[in-house]
Design a protein around this ligand. Sequence first.
Ligand code: FES
Ligand SMILES: [Fe+2]
Length: 448
Amino acid sequence: MKEQSARPSGFQGYHKPVDGEENPELTHIDRGTKCGEYLRRYWHPVAMSSELGDLPLCLEILGEALVLFRDKTGNLGLLHRHCAHRGASLEYGIVAERGIICCYHGWHYNIDGTLIRAGSEPEDSPVYQRVIQGAYPTHEHNGLIFAYLGPPEERPPFPIYDTESIDGVEAIPFSITTPCNWLQVYENTQDPIHVLHLHALSSGVQFGAASGVEQTIDYKTTPLGMINIQSRKVNNHIWIRSTETILPNCNQTGAIYEEAESEKYFQRSAMLRWMVPVNNTVTRTIGWRFFSDELDPRNQCDRALVGKESIDFIGQTEDERSYTERQRQPGDYEAQVSQRDIAVHGLENHGSYDTGVSRVRHLLRQRVRAIAVGESALHPSPGPNGIATYIQDCVTPWVEHKHGTLDQTEMLTAFGKIITDAIISSDHLSASQRREAIREACLQAFDT
Ligand code: FES
Ligand SMILES: [Fe+2]
């Protein structure tokens, strides 16, 4: 028998460290920080279109105080909040035909920050040569407003992913605020074992009952980031779920209430969302929740609950339940926020199931450091249906006689690898061809 070293004796509170490294390289996001510069090479959603009325909207994104407005011509402006003249907030500005006019002395800025008119200054005033208001480009897409906060010369094409427009799938925008650092919200989906513990054992089954079934877990790097592959035997089916991380701060998850009851191949995303840092200790998750009959065969989801600070599944916000209820049945919100304002990586003790979290951090660290030494950010090219992504669920019959000498765990792991290869190797194909390739891979697995 393997010799066990002695466990630490109890009552060690006094000797435990009170402080540790919070890993600023990955968690601090202000302009000029390593991670802040990395994130500033990508488009991020900053608001839902429905949030923007006729008045300017105050926003904080990546630690920057901003205002978002739609001028009377219909163009969006995203400007630094404090007027370049003497700092009054443009949240009190007058939205103009073109751009916005500061309320204090009438300086008038276009949506790109250029000074149209400096109030009562003479037309030949030198301020026209000197002054520009900080501004960022925006792009409105399917009910969300995106912005690019990086160097103008590095602005990438606006990305559109293959899960955004699928026939029969309705995309509903949402936005949820979580008062903690962005990374602990982001890395959560590469921590698949929490689905079993937090969402089934600790709090009772919060999503589909099948998600509480023991799983084998594997991880794979993709051209966009990584997936984890969860393989489960649910009654007489094998269910293979891949959950996707798209660097730097986007992810996709499968159907919320998947029960793996019937055969299906390459069922796509239930949610495409970005974890956008508001500042170092507040995160806004903004994205689309996807609805279709395939994703919700039992009609358990609710479009009406999806929107500003609200989504149709448990445990994502503070206001949805009392503190006592949240203590009795904690969800993602409670777990993530309670890791501290910024999770202290130096105080963590990782086990074998933290592989996914370590891998996300490793991938981020590589990219953060590449940007810091002057490399360009990686931006994927679109395929026939937009940028190919790797989120999927497939459910296929468990065929007993095809196991050979493998036990159930080995069988699930092997099956997961076969499906993963099919998901990745089919990424140049159309959606229907990809579905067929994955179905073929399922049917041929172990068919010797
Ligand atoms: S502070 Fe804005 S115009 Fe003076
Ligand atoms: Fe979760």
